[in-house]
Design a binder for this molecule. Structure first.
Ligand code: C2E
Ligand code: SIN
Ligand code: SIN
Ligand code: FE
Ligand code: FE
Length: 732
């Protein structure tokens, strides 16, 4: 057993050590103190015994002597009987102990074991050490009367063995006898030895019993230690397992005390906010970093913890914020942990990141809503609802799933290559332009290129075409061409005042909605065409229009028949320029109604004799827009709107109401502008008399390329059959 092993052994039997110590203490005590003392005592007892026995023998002699004195016996008889009695006396182990008698003259009178010595002089008898033992007896008897003498003497049981002996001798004076008896020390020693043996035996038995007990303890302790060690290992490893579970769980786990202070938080939670445990430990849980800056969530967490404090399990959806204030949705549960007293000792907070699940759910919901909207549009189309109604449906439904500021719908007229604003839903700060030419502005570009366009594409447009978008502060917008049966039917536009708010997913879906709207348009066009082919109806309308024109002229007497004349001449010029007959009908209506907008001009301006002031001009320049607003709700007049709306635009862009330039100005309006000025100047006006024809021709020629399309001016002179350029005119 190595030193370490011994120490380990002693440790194991630690509880037995006092017993061992006590045992050894007693063992040593018995062997070295009690037994020697006992040996002494035993020896003394034995010596005392021989002393007593000798006294008894003396009283025997005294008895005989008294019988001599009373005359019952003679001295001789008495001494003989006494010798016989003494010789017969035996005691001790195996009756080995005896009495002897000698007289003061060294004559051996009685010796039960050495009859050969009786009646002989034994004065010079020596033991093996040369002791004259008989002389010692006589000496002691004569000097002290009695006493002990040590010497060696043969053993009774085995006379060949000489053993140490101690004898007591006493003088019986009346007779001069010395009586002695001795004890063999060997016998005492044997007795002591046997006691010693027994004691050692008992001691060894006790010791071995105790050792066996110790061994048993050691082994069982070893076993239980092994079990304990295994249990400790198990505990340690299960603790490690728990720890790794705690820390590696994808959930956020926190342990709180009953007041809501954070005691521990797992690694996942800490990593999420980029903190150490020391940063958050001890804080009230709702004041920790997972939701700082969101008082609403903090309040929710606090309420949850308080509810849990009453012993309830609480579960709710909440938010967690990471170190960059990124927010995720978590399924948060707070579980009470009860102590023995039934009170809530701890709370375990667990938060599971359900952002992905939430996203998936949202996506599902979103897709369902998307489908539902398409279905609703489909139903509306089947029910032959108007495009306007369907557009409103689209807008209100789309707002449910997308953030959308404005939706605009334009109808395309292929005859005039124009887009007409049908509906605008959502917020607008300005008035939308009622009509846009193909290719003009963002919506015109979408229709011209027949593809989905975004704010990115709009960067190609010149600035004045983006006025509307800029004024409205639209930062993100998309235009979808509405194409059905290969024909462009119109354009759907969506606008947002937030940048990058119309993502690809949304654009893809709106593209599908636009497809539905195109079908709605197609259906509506079919209906319109049916209406248009109703000639009777059309004539009735035309007569109404002429009535309107007349009404205007009745107001302004001096423009009497102006509408009729300009209409005739416009058609003549248009035909000469090769305009097809199916377009002439719209030209006619446009010309008749060209100044219908003047119905909105008050008399004091319209009929003013002199020059218009700047303020009056502002009102006067509104007449084309007024005409547009008046006529555009009437579907069949829409293709005729160019002239009323655009006849005051100038070729160089300085006209009104929109400042269109060159070929941006509809063709019909370019033709009509020349005719209108020609007829106005050749007739009286409230503000001036008619000009001479030559002056008017010169005037028109002078505005060639400024106010008028040069090609139109050229054709106009052809139609008048006048050489171009005209000879210069001098106003005398
Ligand atoms: P309107 O009288 O039918 O004139 C049509 C267009 O013919 C005018 O457009 C202008 O381009 C030309 N024009 C007519 N009269 C004159 C003229 O005396 N001198 C010149 N240089 N051009 C003439 P504009 O100028 O845009 O005017 C549109 C309308 O505004 C006119 O229709 C008329 O109703 C009104 N207006 C124009 N100037 C005056 C004015 O001085 N006094 C009054 N009371 N009304 C005026
Ligand atoms: C944490 O473990 O500390 C956050 C738990 C939660 O989000 O509820
Ligand atoms: C407008 O110019 O009024 C319309 C522009 C657009 O919607 O694209
Ligand atoms: Fe006019
Ligand atoms: Fe006119």
């Amino acid at each position: 057993m190595s030193k370490f092993g011994l120490i380990k052994f002693l440790k194991r039997i630690r509880s037995l050590l006092p017993t061992f110590a006590l045992l050894i203490f007693f063992g040593v005590g018995i062997l070295f103190f009690i037994l020697p003392y006992y040996e002494d005592a035993l020896l003394n007892t034995k010596k005392e015994l021989s002393h007593e026995l000798v006294n008894s023998a003396i009283s025997l002699l005294e008895n005989y002597q008294s019988r001599v004195e009373i005359g019952e016996l003679t001295l001789e008889e008495a001494q003989s009987r006494a010798k016989g009695r003494i010789r017969a006396l035996r005691y001790g182990v195996g009756n080995n102990d005896y009495f002897w008698i000698n007289d003061l003259d060294y004559i051996m009178l009685v010796h039960p074991h050495r009859p050969d010595l009786e009646d002989t002089n034994v004065q010079y008898l020596q033991d093996i050490n040369g002791v004259f033992l008989i002389q010692e007896f006589v000496n002691l008897a004569q000097t002290q009367g009695s006493g002990y003498v040590p010497y060696h003497w043969q053993r009774v049981d085995d006379p060949s063995l000489i053993s140490p002996k101690i004898s007591y001798v006493r003088l019986y004076e009346p007779w001069g006898w010395v009586i002695g008896t001795g004890l063999y020390l060997d016998d005492v020693f044997a007795e002591i030895h046997s006691i010693r043996q027994k004691t050692i035996g008992i001691f060894l038995a006790l010791l071995s019993g105790l050792s066996a007990w110790a061994a048993f303890m050691y082994i069982s302790k070893e076993r239980s230690d092994a079990r304990l060690l295994t249990a400790e290992n198990l505990l340690e490893s299960s603790e490690a397992q728990l720890n790794s579970l705690f820390n590696s769980s994808f959930s956020f786990i926190g342990l709180l005390d009953s007041k809501g202070h954070l005691l521990n938080s797992n690694q996942t939670s800490l990593n999420f906010v980029g903190k150490q445990l020391a940063d958050v430990r001890g804080k009230l849980f709702w004041d920790t970093d997972w939701w700082t800056g969101d008082p609403q969530t903090q309040a929710q967490i606090k309420a949850g913890i308080q509810q849990c404090g009453t012993g309830q399990l609480v579960r709710f959806e909440s938010y967690n914020y990471d170190q960059y204030q990124g927010k995720i949705i978590v399924d948060c549960s707070i579980k009470p942990v009860f102590g023995r007293d039934g009170q809530v000792n701890y709370m375990i907070v667990e938060g599971r990141d359900i952002q992905d699940r939430y996203n998936a759910e949202q996506k599902n919901k979103h897709q369902l809503t998307q489908l539902d909207i398409l279905h609703q549009i489909d139903n509306a189309i089947n029910l032959r609802k108007s495009v306007e109604e369907i557009a409103l449906l689209c807008f209100t439904q789309l707002k449910k799933i997308y953030s959308l500021d404005t939706l605009a719908l334009w109808r395309y007229e292929s005859g005039d290559q124009k887009l007409f604003n049908m509906v605008v839903h959502g917020s607008l700060k300005t008035q939308p332009t009622p009509m846009i030419c193909l290719g003009e502005s963002f919506v015109g570009m979408v229709a011209l290129e027949r593809r989905v366009m975004t704010a990115q594409d709009a960067k190609r447009l010149s600035n004045n075409h983006l006025d509307f978008i800029e004024q409205e502060e639209f930062l993100d917008f998309v235009g979808f061409p509405l194409i059905s049966h290969g024909e462009i039917q119109g354009v759907m536009e969506v606008f947002n005042r937030r940048a990058d708010s119309l993502d690809e997913e949304m654009r893809n879906y709106l593209y599908v909605v636009a497809g539905q709207l195109a079908i709605a348009f197609d259906n509506a066009t079919l209906v319109n065409n049916l209406q248009r082919s109703n000639l009777e109806l059309r004539n009735a309308y035309d007569r109404t229009l002429e009535g309107w024109a007349k009404a205007l002229e009745l107001r302004d007497k001096e423009t009497e028949d102006h509408s009729e004349r300009v209409t005739e001449l416009t058609i003549k010029l248009a035909r000469s320029m090769g305009v097809e007959e199916d377009k002439i009908v719209h030209l006619r209506r446009g010309a008749i109604l060209h100044d219908i907008g003047k119905m909105g001009i008050p008399d004091e301006i319209l009929l003013k004799k002199g020059q218009l002031t700047e303020d009056e001009w502002i009102v006067m320049r509104d007449h084309p827009l007024f005409a547009f607003n008046l006529l555009s709700p009437i579907p069949y007049l829409q293709p005729a709107l160019d002239i009323p709306y655009c006849h005051h635009e100038w070729w160089n862009g300085s006209g009104y109401p929109r400042g269109l330039k060159g070929e941006q100005i509809p063709f019909a309006a370019r033709i009509f502008a020349v005719i209108d000025v020609w007829d106005a100047l050749t007739h009286d006006r409230p503000y001036r008399s008619a000009w001479p024809e030559a002056k008017v021709l010169n005037y028109i020629a002078s505005l060639n390329g400024l106010q008028f399309d040069p090609y139109v001016v050229e054709c106009f002179f052809d139609v008048l059959d006048t050489p171009y350029p005209p000879p210069s005119y001098n106003e005398e």
